[in-house]
Design a protein around this ligand. Sequence first.
Ligand code: G3I
Length: 396
Amino acid sequence: MRRRDFLAGMTAAAGLAAVAGPATAGAATVRSGAAQTTARAAASYPPADSLRALAAHVNLRIGMAVSPFDIATTTPDYNGVLKSQFSTATPENAMKWDAVEPEQGVFDFTDADEIVNFAEQNGMLVRGHTLLWHNQIPAWVTTGVSNGTISASQLKEFAFQRIQTEVSRYRGRIWQWDVANEFFTDTDPSMINPQDFWIQNLGEGIIAEAYRLVHQVDPHALLFYNDYNIAGEDGTNAKHDAAFAFVQGLLEQGVPIDGVGNQGHQDTQYGFSGTFQQDLAHFASLGLKVAITEADVRTFVNANQIPTDSLAPSAQSYYYTQMLYAALEVPQVISFTFWDESDNPNVSWVPGTFPGEGAATLWDANLNPKPQYFAVQQMLNLAAHAAPHHVATAPF
Ligand code: G3I
C-alpha cells in the first residue's frame, strides 16, 4: 500500500508532532495529538515502537551513519540503539578513499568490513559512502597531484583502481552507493564547482565514467548522486535546479544513475525550506529514487551541548518532522538516514565543524533520547498506524 494511504489521519496531527513535549522515555510512551499511545516494546525484535519497525509499515528504511565506535560501545549502548532503531547503515568514514587506501596500493577494509558485517547480522541494508568526493582523499594522492608526481592519467588510474577494488569487494552487499558527492559550489550553487578537485584535474566527464564503472562492477547497487541543500535549503532553490539539471543530463547520456540523496543537514538559524517536499518530488519525477542521507538539525549550544535557546528543541523537532513528513509524502523516497547517534562531540561531526553549535542528533551526549527522537517516533507511529481513511470506490 502506498504511503499516502497512511497519511490521511496525519495531516491534522502533523503540526502537533513537532511540538509534542518530551514523552516518558521509559515505556516508550508517546503522547500524540490524537491519542496517548503506549507502545510497549514487543517481544519481537526489533521493538515494535522502534523507528525501523514503525517505518517498515510504510516501506521506508531508517538509517544511521555508523562508525566502529558505535558498534564497539555498549555503555552507553550505542550498539543496542544502532541495531534496534535502524534498518540501514552508512559507514560514516570507513569507506572513504583516505580510510580504505591510506598508502598507495595498500588497502585496509577493516572498519568497512566490520560495519558491513554488523549491518548484515542485524538486518540492515548498507549505503556505500562515497566514491568520488573532493574531501578525505588520501594524502599520497593530493600531495602527488599538487607536486606533479601524479599525472592526470595516473590520478584517474589510481581513483578507478580504488573504486574497482572497493566496489567489487562489496558486490551484492551494497543497497545504495553514493558514487558522486557534493560537486556544486556554495558560492555559486547554480553550477558544478570548477574548483572541485576532480573537475580541476580530470574534468566533468569523470563523474559519468565513475557511474559507468560502478555499475559495471556491481550491477546490483542503486547508484546515487548525494549532496546537501538541494531541496531548497539555500533559500533560492538554485542548487536544487542545478543538481536537477545535472542528473537529468546524466540520464539523457544513458549514465546508470538510480537516485538522488539530499543530505538534510539543517541549522535552526536558517529557515526551513519551503520547497523541500516539492524538490524531492521533482527529483522523483525523473524516474529516480530519492533518499534523505545525512539528516541532522544543529543549533547554538553551550559547552555541554545544551541549546542556548529554550525554543531550540521545538524548532529542531519541527525541522526533523518536516523533513520526515516530506519523505513520507513522496513514495519514491526509499530511505531516511540520520547522521551520528548522539550529541557527544566525539561522535557528532557538528561541534568540531561549527564551533558553538551542536545538539544536532536525536540522542543527547549521554545517549538519552531527546524530544526530537520522540517527535520523529510519533510521526512514524502516525504514518504506520493512522486509521485508514475512506477511499473513493467505484459505485457497485
Ligand atoms: O582518522 C583520523 C585519525 O587518524 C586522526 O587521529 C583524527 C584527528 O585529526 O582525524 C581522523 O580523521 C577524521 C575523520 O572524520 C574520521 O574520524 C577527520 O579529521 C575528520 O575531519 C573527519 O570528519 C568527517 C567529515 O565528513 C570529513 O569531511 C566526519 O566524521 C563525517 O561525519 C563527515 O561526513 C560528511 C559526509 O561524509 C558527506 N556530507 C557532509 C558530512 C559532514 O561533513
